[in-house]
Design a protein around this ligand. Structure first.
Ligand code: SAM
Length: 277
């Protein structure tokens, strides 16, 4: 008998998913961790009843959160991913020839354990020679590593549970300090339809810290509201100056260099949110 996973979001938006099989279910110190087989989207990592990644569409999010900042920087060498325990963003970052080291700081060992066993499509990165898997709280890790990284990617879950602080001003300030003087930051900033207050708050905070702040988008079917936002803060490099720069060709399923150019084009309703007082 299939089970229905009712994914209920604080915005009042709910999604129902048909689950054919539960493959892993454990309560960690931080959250309920599960791997399920969804009828439509295949295997998925589920934290506290919210889908994080599915094998069918993870590539959209993981490629977009990674390649856009990494191609905005002309020669990134050291990359930090906060969260991202499924390994998908690390898999993408390791593809860049210039990148020598990818540190992935995931708070929850059980996420690593579950993904290693059941999500090889993303967790393949754990054993990549460039990737270091660190199981620590990203909030503390960032404070302990000033002036270290070229690019920092905040691949967090929604702002609930252990991820609440990853959306706070103090954390963003510490991320700024952990970047080198020409570093770039990116975070997932939720749905352009459902989380406009959050997008605006993140944008205002980031644009006070960085001279160049951009929001970009991609459509991801498993995330509520579908049209997903990413906020990028850059100390030096403007993606518009990098549009026609020569870039490495990568094996990807969603990202290409035309998408790099297109993803910064925002619909008017979002421009209004970002420009409002
Ligand atoms: N792509 C997904 C999305 O947008 O829904 C998110 C990926 S999920 C793998 C995010 C990860 O961030 C989770 O595994 C969670 O355990 C981790 N995380 C949450 N709070 C954290 C913290 N304070 N430090 C490090 N990792 C954290």
């Amino acid at each position: 008998m299939p089970i229905i996973l009712n994914e209920h979001h604080s915005s009042g938006f709910s999604l129902n998913w048909t689950v054919d099989k539960v493959l892993y279910q454990q309560k960690s110190d931080f959250q309920q961790v599960a791997i399920v087989e969804l009828q439509e989207m295949g295997r998925a990592l589920v934290l506290d009843n919210i889908i994080q990644v599915t094998v069918k569409d993870e590539f959209v999010y993981n490629e977009m959160i990674t390649h856009v900042p990494l191609f905005t920087h002309p020669a990134p060498e050291k990359v930090l991913i906060i969260g991202g325990g499924d390994g998908g963003a690390a898999r993408e970052a390791a593809k860049h020839e210039s990148v020598k080291q990818v540190d992935m700081c995931e708070i929850d060992e059980k996420v690593i354990e579950a993904c290693r066993e059941y999500l090889p499509e993303t967790s393949v990165s754990y054993d990549h020679p460039k990737v270091n898997v660190i199981t620590k709280d990203g909030v503390q890790f960032i404070k302990d590593n000033p002036n270290t990284y070229d690019v920092i990617i905040i691949d967090s879950s929604d702002p609930i549970g252990p991820a609440v602080e990853l959306f706070g001003k103090d954390f963003y300030h510490n991320v700024y300090n952990a970047l080198k003087e020409d570093g770039i930051f990116v975070c997932q900033s939720e749905s352009l339809f459902l989380h406009q207050n959050l997008i605006k708050k993140v944008y205002d905070t980031i644009s006070k810290l960085y001279p160049i702040t951009k929001v970009y988008t991609a459509t991801t079917p498993t995330y509520p509201g579908f049209l997903w936002g990413y906020t990028m803060g850059s100390k030096k490099y403007d993606p518009y100056d990098r549009m026609d720069a020569e870039k490495q060709d990568l094996q990807t399923k969603y990202y290409n260099h035309d998408i790099f150019k297109a993803c910064f084009a925002l619909p008017n309703f979002i421009k209004e949110v970002l420009e409002s007082n």
